[in-house]
Design a protein around this ligand. Structure first.
Ligand code: PLP
Length: 389
């Protein structure tokens, strides 16, 4: 199987699995227990937190472990808005974009149903939020008296197209208007470096399984200057901010994945850039193919394409045809594939529904090889030949 669906999830690295297996064999204690086993588990947990905080450029107390990126996004949006409403009796504004992952759009919709003023901002043809769009939106808000600062939630890079948003600039604009900024950095942590706190966001969401770590673990970076309400109540874990017994096993797996990302990142980036260039060269030779992912300002590990004759192609059949030829790719985010809806991201970028439905996303990892790239393009050519007959 040629696996080019690394934006959906990545192969857990051998060292990650070894480390988790090793912990499992040694200890199963609850990190909140007072006995020695519990203390040892607590040390593992806090060491990993220090490591992640150091990698991000944060303080350990600013890192809250979650069950993944989805929970971190829910926590940021609901936690901030609910706390603000409970304390002040007025909802702060929430501004986000039309191309966010559903793990941001659905909590935003939930908050809107509770009565919060939610604004969905338009993006440009490459799927980016323009700084002037954000500045105009913030300047024209009608803020309720006494309401907390607005929250802006903008993803660092898009999971379907790889388009990178200028988070440092957007955070500066948000702050100039007295707003806070949360960024879903699930696709970028460990790929555009790790020191993401430098960008100036007040909250960041990250997830281990996108960087060869285990599924079911991630984190929210929460600046020490921001207060949020827990969304999972039930225990004093994570400094009273997230109840529930911590999975130390998943945490050490995450820790190992961060070490892997920190190990010669330049070499990994060069490898992926070379393969991405090869993929683009080969794809450029395919008739009526159109690149959705721009060559600049995008994540090098994502190349998304669609077709000028999309109305004659069946998006699902394209992916299934690739699968039958041994190639795993996606036609959008994993969470939406399986449903016939055209990608909301491509629609927001101005693509026709048929073109959005026919999109194919190739996503690479440090383990991808040149032979796999060639094999995948051969398979796509073959599928298209059959479908266009
Ligand atoms: N945000 C983005 C941009 C993603 O790509 C994903 C995963 O598909 C998520 C959030 C959800 O993360 P998790 O699978 O860890 O819940």
């Amino acid at each position: 199987m040629i696996y080019l669906d690394n934006s959906a999830t990545t192969l857990p690295a051998p060292d990650v699995l070894r480390r988790m297996e090793d912990l499992r064999a040694r200890s199963f204690a609850n990190a909140s227990s007072i006995h020695r086993g519990g203390q040892a588990a607590r040390v593992e947990l806090e060491d990993a937190r220090e490591h992640l905080a150091g990698a991000l450029g944060a303080e350990a107390k600013e890192v809250i472990f979650t069950s993944g990126g989805t929970e971190a996004n829910n926590f940021a949006l609901k936690g901030y808005l609910l706390r603000s409403f409970m304390e002040r009796g007025a909802w702060p504004h929430l501004l986000t974009t039309r191309v966010e992952h559903h793990a941001v759009l659905h909590p935003a919709d939930f908050l809107a149903r509770l009565g919060a003023p939610v604004h969905l901002l338009d993006v440009d043809a490459e799927g980016r939020l323009r700084p002037e769009t954000l500045a105009d939106a913030l300047a024209s808000l009608d803020r309720a008296p006494g309401a907390a600062p607005p929250l802006v939630s903008v993803m660092h890079a898009n999971n379907e197209t790889g388009a990178i948003n200028p988070i440092a600039e957007l955070a500066g604009i948000a702050h100039d208007h007295g707003a806070l900024l949360h960024s879903d950095a699930v696709q970028t942590f460990g790929k555009l470096g790790t020191k993401l706190v430098e960008l100036g966001a007040d909250m960041l969401s990250i997830s281990a399984h996108k960087l060869h770590g285990p599924k079911g673990i991630g984190a929210l970076y929460l600046s020490k200057n921001v207060e949020v309400e827990p969304i999972i109540h039930g225990g004093a874990q994570e400094r009273n901010r997230r109840g529930g017994t911590e999975s130390v096993e998943l945490v050490v797996g995450f820790d190992e994945a961060i070490s892997l990302a920190e190990d010669s990142p330049e070499r990994t980036a060069a490898h992926i850039a070379e393969l991405s260039a090869l993929l683009r060269r080969r794809l450029a030779g395919i008739d009526r193919l159109r690149f959705v992912t721009a060559p600049e300002g995008t994540l090098p590990n994502i190349v998304s394409v669609t077709f000028d004759d999309a109305e004659r192609l069946d998006g699902e059949a394209l992916i299934v045809g690739m699968d039958l030829r041994g190639v795993a790719v996606s036609n959008g985010s994993a969470c939406t594939s399986g449903s016939p809806q055209p990608s909301h991201v491509l629609l927001a970028m101005g693509y026709a529904p048929e073109q959005a439905r026919a999109a194919v996303r190739f996503s690479l990892s440090r383990y991808t090889t040149g032979e796999e790239i060639s094999g995948a393009v051969d398979a796509l050519e073959d599928v298209l030949r059959t479908m266009r007959r």
